[in-house]
Structure formats: structure tokens, C-alpha cells
Write a protein that binds this ligand. Structure first.
Ligand code: SF4
Length: 229
């Protein structure tokens, strides 16, 4: 059976030969790459929120959506979480990122990019779109504040139809951003300028989870608004 170190080596240096992997080994690989949260109905992939470029600037501004960011606190400081984020960053920057993710996601229906973190470069964003294009049966939600990079990419290629790229508004209680593919907002009161579109119901449920809702992945929904918590 593969050891974790061997799998990490594969992720960075070799194309994994899936034909020769056992079901158990494939499961190991998914466990190593995917993040499973209690809120969402699907896996995601995350890197450190301390690497967010726009987010880092916003984290110092009171009333920004990144001030007191959940992904910079508590559980996210645990050594095993930090180590996984570093491994995933190296994997995403390796030349086998696309091939491996296409294999891992090929049978999924939904996937979220970045339950923490954001794109680090134009190349990373292009690789993500390549993966989305090569797994058309899976719907992808990409939340981002790296507006400039995404706008640069969208000048030369179209978004695949299975991708909900959502530009998150930088400040609480502000309207959705203009000239964005799709958007998200954050509101602190029901009469806020940010309380528009589909309001996320997760925070109103007994359990903080999506349940049957898939609004964030739905490309027919222009804005999803989240209550500040
Ligand atoms: S809007 Fe729906 S899909 Fe999006 S986070 Fe909230 S419950 Fe989940």
C-alpha cells in the first residue's frame, strides 16, 4: 500500500497511474487532497488564507469581509491544517495538478475551490479552469477576491458553463460588484445594501450546513448574500 509520503511525492513529481491504484489507495489520495467540511455537500480544496493577496490587505480594514476572517483563526492554526495547506499549495503549483485533479473529480457532482485561500497566480487560475473544463459533469463554485487576475484571464477565454465564478464584495453591507461574472455580498442587517439576491439560509438552520441548497453553484443566480457571523 502507498505511504502518505509516497502519495505526496506522486502529487508533486509523477503522474499517478490510477489503473494500478487500489480502491483503498485512491481513497487515501482523495483524503489527502480534498477538504471535507461539515457545512458543504461536497469536497473542496484549500490553501492558507494568509496567502490571500487582496484578502490580506482587507483583513486589516474594519468592516471589510476579511476582517476577523474565519480561516485565519482557531482550527486553521493547528499544525496539521497548516501542513496540509502547504502540501496543497505545492501540489497546485506542480505540473501534475491538472491531471491528478481531473482524475479525482471525474465522478463528482459538486466541488468548491478554496474554502480558505484564493488563487495565487494567473497560471493557477488557468489550471483550475482546465480542470473544470475536463470534468464537465461536476459543477464548480469559485469564490474570489482576486478580481484583477480573473478579469485578465476572462479577456482571453470564456468560463466553462459548469463554473460559478463569484466575485466577493470587499466590504460588508455593500451592493454586488459591477462587471463581475457572478457575485456574493455580506450583510449585517436585513435592510443592508448587501442583503440582495438569494440569502444563504445556512446560518438560520439548526445545523450550519447547506442541506439541499446549491445556490452558490447555480450560474442562474447572480448574487448570493451571506449574513455576517
Ligand atoms: S447559499 Fe446555499 S449553497 Fe451557498 S453556502 Fe448558503 S446554503 Fe450553501
Amino acid at each position: 500500500m502507498l505511504t502518505e509520503n509516497k502519495i505526496l511525492y506522486y502529487l508533486k513529481h509523477e503522474v499517478v497511474d490510477y489503473k494500478n491504484l487500489t480502491v483503498k489507495e485512491l481513497k487515501q489520495l482523495r483524503k489527502l487532497v480534498w477538504t471535507l467540511t461539515s457545512k458543504m455537500p461536497c469536497p473542496s480544496l484549500s490553501i492558507s488564507a494568509f496567502l490571500c493577496r487582496v484578502g490580506d490587505k482587507l483583513s486589516k480594514i474594519k468592516d471589510s469581509v476579511c476582517y476577523f476572517c474565519y480561516a485565519r483563526r482557531g482550527f486553521y492554526h493547528m499544525p496539521n491544517v497548516k501542513a496540509k495547506h502547504q502540501q496543497m499549495l505545492e501540489f497546485m503549483e506542480s505540473k501534475y495538478f491538472v491531471d491528478v485533479m481531473v482524475q479525482l473529480n471525474s465522478e463528482l457532482s459538486f466541488f468548491r475551490w478554496f474554502d480558505s485561500g484564493d488563487i495565487q497566480s494567473l497560471d493557477m487560475a488557468k489550471d483550475i479552469l482546465d480542470i473544470c473544463e475536463q470534468t464537465p459533469n461536476c459543477k464548480y463554485w469559485i469564490p474570489t477576491k482576486e478580481y484583477k487576475d480573473w478579469k485578465t484571464i476572462l479577456k482571453s477565454r470564456s468560463l466553462p458553463s459548469n463554473v460559478a465564478l463569484r466575485f466577493s464584495t470587499p466590504m460588508n453591507d455593500t451592493p454586488p460588484l459591477d462587471k463581475a461574472p457572478l457575485t456574493t455580498t455580506v450583510f449585517t442587517s436585513e435592510d443592508s445594501l448587501g442583503a440582495v439576491g438569494v440569502k444563504c439560509g445556512a446560518s438560520y438552520k439548526d445545523k450550519y450546513e447547506c442541506g439541499d441548497c446549491r445556490a452558490c453553484w447555480d450560474t442562474n443566480i447572480n448574487n448570493v448574500a451571506y449574513a455576517k457571523h
